[in-house]
Design a protein around this ligand. Sequence first.
Ligand SMILES: *[C@@H]1O[C@H](CO)[C@@H](O)[C@H](O)[C@H]1NC(C)=O
Ligand SMILES: *[C@@H]1O[C@H](CO)[C@@H](O)[C@H](O)[C@H]1NC(C)=O
Ligand SMILES: *[C@@H]1O[C@H](CO)[C@@H](O)[C@H](O)[C@H]1NC(C)=O
Ligand SMILES: *[C@@H]1O[C@H](CO)[C@@H](O)[C@H](O)[C@H]1NC(C)=O
Ligand SMILES: *[C@@H]1O[C@H](CO)[C@@H](O)[C@H](O)[C@H]1NC(C)=O
Ligand SMILES: *[C@@H]1O[C@H](CO)[C@@H](O)[C@H](O)[C@H]1NC(C)=O
Length: 662
Amino acid sequence: MEGKKHLQSINIFMIIAIFLFLHFARFSDAVGKASGGSKQGKWELLLNNTGVVAMHVALTHQNTVIMFDQIGEGQSGYRLRHRFNGTRCRATRNDFEDWSCYAHSLEYDILGNKVRPLRLDTDPWCSSGTFLSNGTLLQAGGYGRGSRKIRYFKTCDNGNCDWKQSKNFLSSDRWYASSQLLPENDRAIVVGGRRVFSYEFVPKLHSNDKSFDLPFLHQTYDRNAGGNNLYPFLHLSSNGDLFIFANRDSILFNYRRNMVVKKFPRIPGDGSRNYPSSGSSVILPLDHRNRFQKVEVMVCGGAAAGADRAAEQRRFLTGLSSCGRMVITGNTHKWKMENMPGPRLLNDMLILSTGHILIINGARRGCGGWNNAAGPSLQPYLYNPKKTLGRRFSVLRSTKIARMYHSSALVLPDGRILVAGGNPYRRYTFRNVTYPTELRLQAFSPQYMDRQFNNWRPHNVSILSNDDNMYGVKYGKEFTVQFRLRRKPTSNMVEFSAYAPPFTTHSISMNQRMLRLRCTKLSTANGWTSAVLEAPPSPNVAPSGYYLLTVVNNGIPSISQWVRNIRKWSSLRNFTFRKRAKLRIPVLRRFWKKRSRFFSRVKVSWRKALKRLKNGQAHMNDLFGGNYMFMQANPTPRCGQRPFMGHNIHGLQARYSLGKIA
Ligand SMILES: *[C@@H]1O[C@H](CO)[C@@H](O)[C@H](O)[C@H]1NC(C)=O
Ligand SMILES: *[C@@H]1O[C@H](CO)[C@@H](O)[C@H](O)[C@H]1NC(C)=O
Ligand SMILES: *[C@@H]1O[C@H](CO)[C@@H](O)[C@H](O)[C@H]1NC(C)=O
Ligand SMILES: *[C@@H]1O[C@H](CO)[C@@H](O)[C@H](O)[C@H]1NC(C)=O
Ligand SMILES: *[C@@H]1O[C@H](CO)[C@@H](O)[C@H](O)[C@H]1NC(C)=O
Ligand SMILES: *[C@@H]1O[C@H](CO)[C@@H](O)[C@H](O)[C@H]1NC(C)=O
């Protein structure tokens, strides 16, 4: 009797507790809405005046950010004393109007929090960009005399590097084109452009390489609405084919054979997603657990049908609230739709090291183009792809600065988001307008940067490598990451992500890509944790280049370190084809034959490795110097065990880390 009563009172207590919890949850939700949003995240003003609108931005592996605007409209906010050709800029009316007396491109030094002007000779307005495997930024196209130009920015650590215009030209004008780095030949594909319905490759293998017609761009062209298929969304699938999304449609494209492999269903709902409708898109993080073979893309926001025409009459139609997700690998393809907390266009989508998607910048109404939007979207949204439908979005702390047309955002190595730009006018306009040209530079710190999580934050992260190329890791090979933790890890608590930093403009982040890497061993000694990670298996999964490696402990990320995926073109190309052939059933028998051969090779490798280890000549290259199958023969993750490498790895080098975050 006594026991029963006790149980009853516990029940009542629990019911009250649940009621109170729900009540307050709803209450705080209401408060959140009433006071204009959530308290998650923090905004800081970095610079009051960068001088140049950050229409295009890209993070280099020297921890600087390249920014540029158009050059055609004369004055920027950064006046030069001398033109780049050396002649003085005088206080004459002509020189005040002369574009060459102003900077139109900058390099922003993240640690120093300062900018320096860069030289531009022709107009890169509304162009595209891609980092090549050696970290050089390749920028293609633009406007007017710049529309067929190719420029390189070779990064340096002494502040002496600048844009270099290539002697080679694009085959077609590329104004509002997109580009994607390809797995082979260290080059990019450049797709589309205003009134250009083709693609081409840069750099060119042969000087007479031409553009190839792409009928899909004709089919998706909305003649009466400014195109709605400009700046198409490009994502490289993990079999090396290219996903292309334009307007509302999408295809899987084999650029090696100039062939459409698949036509995907049209994304449901009205409106359009690409410029000038200007929604955004990401490829969701690729995961080692499915061997990076499941590829899912996401498209969010955009403009209502007719928004372009309406904006001409100063009517700004409410933008799209919907997002669609679709798996582009496998055989069944269906857009799964869900709604953001509000309508949004001109929005940037960034992949955070936690695997969450940040939706930032933009407007609620109108479309892209001069003075075509209204109602700035001041609150970032955070999207957790792993949660159940309806619980994936949260609203973060709002900014006070409108970032609409010609604004941009980037993930920084320290985990902050750099937010810059915004200019809905042809010229720099500061007075008597609703949304003045925006030259302030901000950083948004997501909640994971909060001090309260410092106990979880991995620190002193360094990548150990004794490769010829500094900090390089080879496809499919293991490498070691060392870091310190204040809280003890368990194997499933610590995760590792590799992030390809994008070139961002007009709401599209070209080449942005994240991989969740496999950890095969995790061990702790003397306060250091060592994790043995497996590099991505092939350049289809992760094109060669610099990636930001982040250690994420219980959802709290470290400062990221640069790591380079090393190419070896001929052997990699061999490898890619061989691997794909193996997956097909008719060659299964050959596969097994090969496999047994590999096992014997593994044994030999092991014996060799152990012998070397005994002789004290253990080089990482020797231990992991077999081929990819050597790794495959050891499939079970063994995180939590001691690494057999110990600490005497020859030639260890640690990358410098960014300083403490303010
Ligand atoms: C920006 O300008 C305001 C007003 O002049 C000043 O208070 C603030 O310190 C400046 N901030 C930065 C980062 O320069
Ligand atoms: C330098 O550039 C200005 C403006 O483009 C041009 O008028 C001038 O002739 C140039 N001078 C030289 C020495 O190239
Ligand atoms: C990277 O490669 C490009 C294209 O081959 C070349 O122009 C550039 O000089 C290289 N950069 C470095 C840092 O070697
Ligand atoms: C401000 O703009 C309005 C309309 O756009 C115009 O009528 C007015 O003259 C402008 N004022 C100034 C000071 O430029
Ligand atoms: C870890 O990094 C901090 C700076 O971030 C430095 O002061 C400290 O000495 C480092 N600790 C070790 C053990 O390297
Ligand atoms: C594959 O590798 C071999 C030897 O390394 C080389 O001779 C051959 O040209 C390569 N094939 C391709 C398609 O790259």
